[in-house]
Design a protein around this ligand. Structure first.
Ligand code: FES
Ligand SMILES: [Fe+2]
Length: 336
């Protein structure tokens, strides 16, 4: 996984007020809860779902005045993971430091909870998100896929599969030939312009032969885990790929649409686009979970064609970011 990044991991609405909830994300069992104590103001807290005492799951416990209480022996932990009470030792008894739990830096923004994968730091980069969605509303759903998140991301950058996997939905029309695509990496994002054509015997134009189109991008991916497709100015499809572990990914799909002034029409648009997106996603899932190995990458054995350029850009930059993270860890030792 790329270190030192904000990952969208669960939707805000999945974490209610007043009780802890468990999610496995980023290869860890985590407990999410909201600190509603006076100083907390619904502050989101993400902790290792594991009590340091006798290793029960904290998510089975409850919230008590801005702390989470372990269900086993009632130890209390605050939003910073510090143990505030060991009932068996007494209210004024000792609370040794070994009972500190691990807390992950987290934020809440754009209807998601974001977890920082990496060492805590004084200042964090901004949360990555797409701009210009203020006038839009969205309907959303999520679906777990039995594959590594890289495969799920590759799939959303894969153009050549459309007329085959989605022959009766977004790939209708037998346009199997892919010109380009023109794709660039800029500001930690990949932007893609594509052009599908029916094959009349012409040869696809290679990416290097294309100039930058003078319209805005149609497909984009922002590192480390969000994606957007803009089929029209009214509808924008969004996905977040939340890594569960090496073999599972939770995919969050949102259909953003330009709201009309009629609420009923908005609800209908939202329902139809969600149904459509569900169908497309299940068409993808059926094939992607059969890919081996389960994790994609430049050295996984896949062989690319020019139409796969966005996938190549993704993996090249992902590898660069991972290497940069490793170098950062090593560099203090090297400079001595
Ligand atoms: S296991 Fe959590 S308080 Fe004992
Ligand atoms: Fe697809």
């Amino acid at each position: 996984m790329i270190p030192d990044q904000w990952y969208a991991v669960v939707e805000s609405k999945e974490v209610p007020e007043g009780k802890p909830v468990a999610f496995r994300r980023l290869g860890q069992d985590l407990v999410f809860w909201r600190d509603t104590s006076a100083s907390g103001e619904r502050k989101i807290v993400v902790m290792r779902d594991h009590c340091p005492h006798r290793q029960a799951k904290l998510s089975k416990g409850k919230l008590v005045e801005g702390n989470i209480e372990c269900p086993f022996h009632g130890f209390l932990f605050d939003h910073a993971g510090a143990c505030q009470l060991i009932p068996a030792n007494g209210k004024n008894g000792p609370r040794p430091k070994i009972f500190q739990t691990k807390v992950y830096p987290s934020r809440e923004a754009y209807g998601f909870i974001w977890v920082w994968k990496g060492e805590p730091r004084k200042e964090y980069p901004p949360i990555p998100f797409f701009e210009g969605l203020e006038e839009y509303q969205y309907g959303s759903f999520h679906k777990e896929w039995a594959t590594h998140y890289t495969r799920a991301i590759e799939n959303q950058l894969d153009l050549a599969h459309l007329p085959f996997v989605h022959a009766d939905t977004i790939g209708r029309g037998n346009k199997t030939l892919v010109n380009g695509p023109y794709s660039i990496l800029e500001d930690e994002s990949i932007y893609v312009w594509f052009d599908f054509q029916r094959d009349h015997g012409q040869v696809a134009i290679r990416p290097a032969e294309l100039d930058k189109p003078d319209k805005s991008w149609q497909l984009s991916f922002k590192f480390p885990n969000i994606w957007m497709l803009r089929p029209s100015s009214r509808i924008q499809l969004f996905a977040a790929f939340a890594p569960i572990d090496d073999e599972k990914t939770m995919i969050y799909i949102r259909s953003y649409y330009k709201a009309t002034k009629y609420q009923l029409v908005n609800v209908i648009i939202s329902k139809i686009t969600a149904l459509f997106s569900r169908k497309i996603l299940s068409q993808d899932e059926e094939i992607v979970v059969t890919q081996t190995p389960k994790q994609g990458g430049l050295d996984c054995g896949d062989k690319y064609i020019p139409a796969d350029r966005p996938i190549l850009l993704y993996h090249t930059h992902r590898d660069e970011l991972i290497r940069a993270g490793e170098w950062e860890k090593l560099s203090p030792a090297v400079s001595v």
